[in-house]
Design a protein around this ligand. Structure first.
Ligand code: PMP
Length: 440
């Protein structure tokens, strides 16, 4: 690898002008020992090139959206066509109807949708709509699930299931954090206790049905059924944050994914509202939310819950999203992602075993997470209780070897349709070299 001198220089310059040198804190290398993040200048297929002309195999996939790899020709030409016709109208367009239909066909719980510009906005609005519909204020969320950076969901657990939340960021009033109750994922008893205590105030229970934010974590058998029935008994809505998960494992939502635990009662786990983002924008900014018609009727101009957006539904994002879903509909897409990631999982697990390194790999189709620990990871506590220093060392060795991962022990690796068997084989070799160096 060539020394990343240009990245280092650009980082110094960026620090002068951009707060922290990055436009999202997750891009900094703070969690992996600090220093200059790598500045990329080009992405093509499964690869990145940095400013010093090093090539990387990309498993960051921009934190999820780039499931087709970078600059996929079908998406690129849709974006170019959209740009040539004007990128922003401020009027309705037929494209939006087409895309709404595609989403509804893939995710049957969406009677009505609304496009916004980010996952954060989508989630934020589902909460407003749930509050408007129920006339209640509180929400219950699960520890370690990330739902964007709006006030209500940047709240951490209080000291037990019957305490209210505490702000996870400066600038969030304690009064707002007190509208949120955080319970452990996969823990129905804790959810029941919270509902027992705060039930008549709870507008909604919000969850990533399959977690993507503290590793890839499956709901335990019966968890989603129990969550939905407890919420409904209580008159609360169920909101699924599928910003990471929709179209990730199959052409549809996690809540309709055949790979949920055996025996899942799919009719019993239908959400009232769903938040979408990432993949559905094909790499351009987007979010969407939707759900039952009766609930969505709360939204302006039909109803009293206000939500708007200058950029919402812009032809460029919508065109990229349509093209991305069209490409994902190609037969064999998800089987390919699954096959490559199974190969990667097997190689990582075997390498770690061979080198005597404790590693838990959670894999769900084309997404996997690597936790340096010797226990399963089924909730946030278990994900926190993993070796961050080992991850940081692994991350840096992999980077030196041309493998780009997210700089956080909690983030997933994403396969794209552009990755090849050779890319995965090389990645396994690199991981083996990294494990050997970690042991030495
Ligand atoms: N929800 C989930 C589950 C997410 O993973 C994210 C982003 N990582 C968001 C919401 C927020 O999306 P955005 O960054 O587009 O605002």
């Amino acid at each position: 690898a060539k020394p990343r001198t240009r990245s280092a220089a650009l980082y110094t310059e960026a620090l002068e002008h951009i707060v922290g040198g990055v436009n999202s804190p997750s891009r900094s290398f703070k969690a992996v020992g600090g220093g200059a993040p790598v500045f990329m200048k080009r992405g093509q297929g499964a690869y990145f090139w940095d400013e010093d002309d090093n090539r990387y195999i990309d498993y960051l996939a921009a934190y999820g959206p780039i499931i087709l790899g970078h600059a996929h020709p079908h998406v690129t030409s849709a974006i170019v066509r959209a740009a040539e016709n004007g990128t922003l109208y401020g009027t309705p367009t037929e494209l939006e109807i087409r895309f709404a239909r595609m989403l509804k066909e893939a995710i049957p719980s969406l009677d009505k949708v609304r496009f916004v510009n980010s996952g954060t906005e989508a989630v934020m609005t589902t909460i407003r709509v749930a509050r408007a519909y129920t006339g209640r204020n509180k929400i219950i969320k699960f520890a370690g699930c990330y739902h964007g950076h709006s006030d209500l969901v940047l709240v951490a657990a209080g000291s037990g299931p019957s305490t209210l939340g505490i702000p996870d960021s400066a600038g969030i009033p304690v009064s707002i954090a007190h509208e949120v109750i955080t319970v452990p994922f996969n823990d129905l008893a804790a959810l029941d206790a919270a509902l027992e205590r705060w039930g008549s105030d709870v507008a909604a229970v919000m969850v990533e049905p399959i977690v993507g934010n503290f590793g890839m974590v499956m709901p335990k058998p019966g968890f989603l059924e129990g969550l939905c029935s407890a919420a409904r008994r209580n008159g609360s809505l169920v909101i699924y944050d599928e910003v990471i998960t929709a179209f990730r494992f199959h052409y549809g939502a996690a809540s309709t994914f055949a790979g949920l635990p055996e025996g899942t009662d799919y009719a019993a786990i239908e959400p009232d509202l769903t938040a979408l983002g990432k993949i559905i924008g094909g790499g351009l900014p987007i979010g969407a939310y939707g759900g039952r018609a009766e609930i969505m009727a709360q939204v302006a101009p039909l109803g009293p819950a206000y939500q708007a957006g200058t950029m919402a539904g812009n032809p460029a994002s919508i065109s990229a999203g349509i093209a991305c879903l069209e490409a994902l509909r190609e037969p064999g897409t998800y089987e390919r992602l699954d096959r490559l990631s199974a190969m990667l999982e097997a190689g990582l697990a075997e390498g770690a075993r061979k080198h005597g390194i404790a590693l838990t790999v959670n894999r769900i189709r084309g997404a996997l997470s690597t936790h340096f620990c010797d226990h399963p990871v089924t909730n946030y506590d278990e994900a926190q209780d993993t070796d961050g220093e080992q991850f940081a060392a692994f991350f840096r060795y992999m980077l030196e070897d041309g493998i780009c991962l997210a700089p956080s022990k909690y983030e997933a690796w994403f396969l794209t349709t552009a990755h090849t068997d050779e890319d995965v084989a090389y990645t396994i070799e690199a991981a083996n070299r990294a494990f050997a160096r970690m042991k030495a």
